[in-house]
Write a protein that binds this ligand. Structure first.
Ligand code: JJW
Length: 465
């Protein structure tokens, strides 16, 4: 039997994604002031090896070289993020023209190369000045964010057709304020809930700014989702998966598409005496219809089960509370391998979560805004980088994507994370996600096997199964 080749629609937007703090460097150049990630990365013990984004992949200065790489790849789109602390170094008030000029230049270079720009407005780099006044704990920060968004819509609204408000709000709230792993490194579940609500509100207020200007482009949020597969069809195993989906996926997507938080998880937080600070009108602001949804997918869990509910206790620490809220554990299901960051490779979860999004939210237009693998392969004696884990990961996820599209999912583009090896947050530079290897001493860029594989995929608009 001959297997069918995998084919995509002619207009499908293949591209790559990056974010400002992870690649730009030049942290104190041209008027940029610190963000919470500058502070966090310089706090001993927070980031592996004490790595920071001070230099990163020097992309602030190497913007031509990076766009040339995209062109060599044949990318049709590029998703980058705009550093709020470059554009409004104090978070509000004064606008820094040099910060804006950098993104105008990037967008012009992309357009000249025939590459569609996609801009993310909040990829975790909150200006430190705003954090010093309470940061995302303050409702006012959502309003400041919308003003920053408005400045960018005025500067780039005519030349950037796709906008994403907030990247991975789960990471910017729970991972950052309850689990303590990302900036600002707090461990308080109540604070994480407040931050999550203000991030959603910031998304909604930025939507309002966008609509006001009657721009031609499209806007939406870019949450990260995962998939949880029950160990068995036992009722308790299925319930465990649903709790996980409520906690991780629905908490951010239900408010946008249904105008409310998921009821069961809302009640579980209530049992801990916690609830988000919802004011009149907030849910309407948050749920104004977006044009599309960005989806970041990396991994999932394939053996969720938990027969015995864990107690929810207000006096427990945040991590214990989170375990109780999700109330799930993973049974040992053999046959899955991991990437070099230890995340399970689960392409079937990608397929399933895309179908779940189709059914749960009325088949919204989607862009895959991130998907990729950590593969720490380095240049070999032949000068090439044989990143076999990444090639196989990409291939399997592209097939899953194609199956989802054949199943009716409205998916319009795919951004591989990432163009370059870069600053992988708490892991520093030790975890490499790039299609292009970066030598951090010399900043030499070397396309990896996965780059050549992806280039072929784009050129053929498909691949073999
Ligand atoms: C979850 C850790 C227990 C970035 C997570 C940790 C403990 C339940 C990659 N996406 O660098 C998710 N990334 O900047 C945005 N996405 O939990 C871009 N999600 O979990 C990439 C990390 C992540 C995570 C990391």
């Amino acid at each position: 039997m001959k297997s069918k080749p995998i084919r995509f629609p002619p207009q499908f937007l293949w591209g790559t994604a990056t974010s400002a703090y992870q690649i730009e460097g030049s942290h104190d150049v041209d008027g940029r002031k610190p963000s919470i990630w500058d502070t966090f990365s310089k706090t001993p013990g927070r980031v592996t090896n004490g790595d920071t984004g001070d230099v990163a992949t020097d992309s602030y200065r190497r913007v031509e070289e990076d766009v040339a790489l995209l062109k060599q790849l044949g990318a049709r789109a590029y998703r980058f993020s705009i550093a709020w602390p470059r554009v409004m170094p104090d978070g509000r008030g004064e606008v820094n023209p040099l910060g804006i000029a950098y993104y105008q230049r990037l967008v012009r270079l992309l357009s000249d190369a025939g590459i569609t720009p996609m801009a993310t407005l909040y990829h975790w780099d909150l200006p430190q000045a705003l954090h010093d006044e309470g940061g995302w704990m303050q409702r006012r920060t959502a309003e400041d964010f919308a003003r920053f968004a408005g400045v960018m819509f005025d500067a780039l609204g005519e030349s950037v057709p796709y906008w994403f408000t907030v990247n991975e709000p789960w990471c910017a709230s729970f991972l950052s304020h309850a689990m303590g792993e990302h900036a600002p490194g707090e461990r308080d579940l109540g604070r994480a809930l407040t931050v999550a609500h203000h991030l959603l509100l910031g998304h909604g207020l930025a939507m309002t700014e966008f609509r006001k200007r009657k721009l031609g482009g499209q806007i939406g949020m870019a949450p990260n989702v995962d998939w949880r597969e029950p160990y068995s069809q036992d009722r308790q195993d299925i319930a465990a998966c649903e709790r996980g989906l409520d906690w991780f996926n629905r908490w951010f997507i239900d408010p946008i598409y249904h105008g409310r938080y998921p009821a069961n998880m809302f009640a579980r937080y209530g049992e801990l005496g916690l609830k988000p600070p919802i004011l009149a009108g907030d849910m309407a602001t948050i749920s104004q219809a977006p044009d599309m949804l960005g989806i970041n997918y990396y991994t999932g869990s394939y053996g969720m089960n938990r027969a015995d509910p864990l107690p929810l206790r207000a006096q427990d620490d945040a991590l214990t509370q989170i375990e109780a809220l999700r109330n799930l554990s993973t049974a040992n299901v053999p046959g899955f391998s991991k990437t070099d960051i230890g995340w399970d490779i689960f392409p079937e979860g990608f397929y399933k979560v895309l179908l779940w999004l189709r059914d749960e939210y009325g088949n919204p237009p989607l862009f895959i805004t991130e998907n990729g693998a950590c593969d720490n392969a380095l240049p070999g004696s032949d000068g090439q980088v044989h990143d076999a884990i990444r090639v196989e990961y990409q291939h399997r996820h592209v097939i899953a994507l194609n199956r989802a599209m054949r199943s009716g999912c409205d998916i319009r583009g795919f951004m591989a994370w990432s163009l370059l090896d870069n600053f992988e947050w708490a892991h520093g530079y030790g975890k490499r996600f790039g299609l292009v290897h970066v030598d951090l001493e010399t900043q030499t860029r070397t396309p990896k096997d996965s780059f050549h594989w992806y280039s072929q995929l784009i050129a053929n608009n498909g691949c073999d199964a």
